[in-house]
Design a protein around this ligand. Structure first.
Ligand SMILES: [Zn+2]
Length: 146
């Protein structure tokens, strides 16, 4: 499985529960467990208040720019265009950087559409060891020949 924000944090919360870390599981669900964009926004604001000490987080609106997700070590990631951070690509295809809070564009989201051939890319990568599950913009033919 090539993880997204949604699959990674869901599994992390589950693993916290299994190991008896119920408080940590609750925090993971609160900060990262939202299903809809609105629920994710509530979680991000809670994370920014608690972990980043941002008194009044500003999140909202969608910028016209787009960023393409990449696969790095089995994770769909978004490299932040404004700072050196990266985060998991979200299934709602929106990016908000907790580190710089997309401050350059006033806290707006950036659209992050997955490639049309996402499933084909994933099927090829999923048989590899995770450290070799990487994709930036290669064609399917190139991936198959690696
Ligand atoms: Zn950033």
């Amino acid at each position: 499985m090539i993880d997204t924000w949604d699959t990674y944090f869901e599994r992390l919360a589950y693993e916290c529960e299994l190991s008896g870390n119920h408080g940590q599981a609750k925090d993971v669900r609160l900060f990262f467990g939202g299903k809809t964009t609105e629920e994710k926004e509530i979680g991000l604001k809670a994370l920014l208040r608690k972990a980043y000490r941002v008194a009044n987080p500003q999140i909202g609106g969608i910028n016209n720019s787009t960023i393409r997700p990449v696969v790095n070590h089995g994770r769909w990631l978004i490299d932040c265009p404004y700072c050196n951070s990266a985060s998991y690509a979200r299934d709602d295809k929106l990016f908000f950087c907790a580190d710089c809070q997309n401050g350059t564009i006033g806290g707006q989201y950036i659209k992050t559409p997955f490639p049309r051939n996402r499933r084909a890319i994933e099927r090829i990568l999923e048989v590899r060891p995770s450290e070799n599950q990487n994709w930036t913009n290669e064609t399917i033919a190139t991936l198959e020949n690696e």
